[in-house]
Design a protein around this ligand. Structure first.
Ligand code: NAD
Ligand code: ZN
Length: 370
């Protein structure tokens, strides 16, 4: 079992990853539960159908009443209606400031539950029990949010969990596109932090069908990158922005396709190829590396189809609306070599040139994937 401590000022917590992590409820986390008057699990309905008995069995030795709130699967739980429904549920169940909620699902369920916990009675404790590979990114760092009709993650807060427990056996039921999604974020963590590690991942032939033990170690490395950055810059004033590598264009792809078309990480893979092309021109990246990443993406089932389905203007519109565009300027995370991210403001014209190149250089790559 792997473990890492996230050291954020006034919020230190552990992340555990492995096959039997839920055994820790009765040991390392027993005291937390003793200090808790009520316990709820907020669970993604798809995850509930497959895995809820496993979590309930693991919590049974505590001999506590645990109430269950099932929410819609995936992104559709991050609405204001579901959020209010969860708050009402907790009130009706007589939850207090001494209660605890457990998030059981992917990043969407974690973001929703975190925001419920952040705002219920001005903030109660929550524990993350993530069920997706992508959640090695989302469950650590304390960003919580719901979506608005006007845009994704537009309402939220920073609220750190009291612990994060990954049971890697749950990954076995993930559909291929969700595996690709999480693995793209892992590659992102490598590319922004460590050239050698990125090189290893790009050479890993079973990248999109990872073996559980190998994956646990890799995710721990990814979490380490995220935890280090978040410890430096909890509120995204400086280096936390680096975690958005590939995301400015990636979010635009996600939005253009309609959320749910491509998974988040599949969109970010396209965004990373775009950022690498931008980095060739405005940073320091060898075009061979970009080509290698593009070919790698094709081999592992990622698609570039959306950039042929929509015009540059469509993506540009979304990029301009991105909440990370401050004072109307578009900022991108670029690379001065792998492992050396920095933020640069770019013009629309520069974005257009990179888009044209992306089209040329992905021609025929992964067109039938997805
Ligand atoms: P998700 O939570 O939307 O889940 C994807 C799908 O997989 C859903 O249909 C879900 O029911 C299913 N699923 C989850 N676990 C499963 C399992 N073990 N077996 C079978 N099916 C399973 O997807 P995600 O990629 O984990 O999270 C994406 C969300 O995370 C987005 O809303 C994004 O905004 C958010 N996010 C947040 C942060 C952050 O820092 N807070 C960072 C990155 C992403
Ligand atoms: Zn992401």
């Amino acid at each position: 079992m792997g473990k890492l401590t996230v050291n954020i000022k006034n919020h230190e917590y552990d992340v555990h990853i492995g096959q039997n992590t839920y055994e820790l409820f009765a040991t390392d986390y027993a005291e937390l539960f003793e200090r808790t008057d009520r316990i709820a699990i907020i669970v993604d309905e798809q995850v509930a159908a497959i895995h809820l008995p496993l979590l309930e069995r693991a919590l049974a030795p505590l001999n506590r009443e645990i109430v269950i709130k099932t929410v819609p699967a995936g992104e559709s739980c991050k609405t204001s209606a579901v959020y209010i429904d969860c708050l009402s549920f907790l009130l009706q169940q007589k939850f207090t400031r001494d209660s605890l909620v457990i998030a059981f699902g992917g990043g969407a369920c974690g973001d929703l539950t975190g925001f419920v916990a952040a705002t219920f009675m001005r903030g109660i404790r929550f524990l993350q029990c993530p069920t997706t590979i992508l959640a090695h990114d989302s469950a650590v760092g304390g960003k919580t949010a719901i979506n608005m009709p006007e845009g994704k993650n537009m309402v939220g807060s920073f609220h750190q969990p009291v612990g994060v427990l990954f049971d890697t056996s749950l990954f076995e039921t993930l559909p291929p596109k969700e595996i690709r999604s999480g693995m793209a974020e892992l590659l992102k963590h490598a590319i922004i932090s460590d050239a050698e590690w990125a090189d290893d991942l790009l050479a890993h032939s079973t990248f999109s069908q990872p073996a559980t033990d190998w994956l646990a170690g890799e995710l721990l490395k990814g979490i380490e990158v995220k935890a280090k950055i978040v410890a430096e810059d909890e509120f995204e004033r400086s280096t936390r922005k680096y975690l958005n590598f590939g995301h400015t264009f990636g979010h635009a792809v996600e939005a253009a396709c309609g959320f749910g078309g491509l998974s988040h990480g599949e969109s970010v893979m396209i965004g990373m190829a775009y950022s690498l092309i931008l980095s060739e021109e405005h940073g320091a990246i060898d075009e061979q590396l970009t080509n290698r990443v593009i070919a790698f993406a094709g081999t592992h089932g990622y698609t570039f189809q959306p950039i042929y389905d929509y015009s540059f203007e469509v993506f540009m519109n979304y990029m301009e609306k991105d909440k990370k565009a401050s004072f109307g300027k578009m900022n991108f995370v670029l690379l001065d070599g792998v492992g050396n991210p920095y933020v640069k403001e770019l013009s629309k014209e520069q974005c257009k040139q990179a888009f044209d190149q992306l089209r040329q250089r992905t021609e025929g790559v992964g067109r039938n994937n997805g």
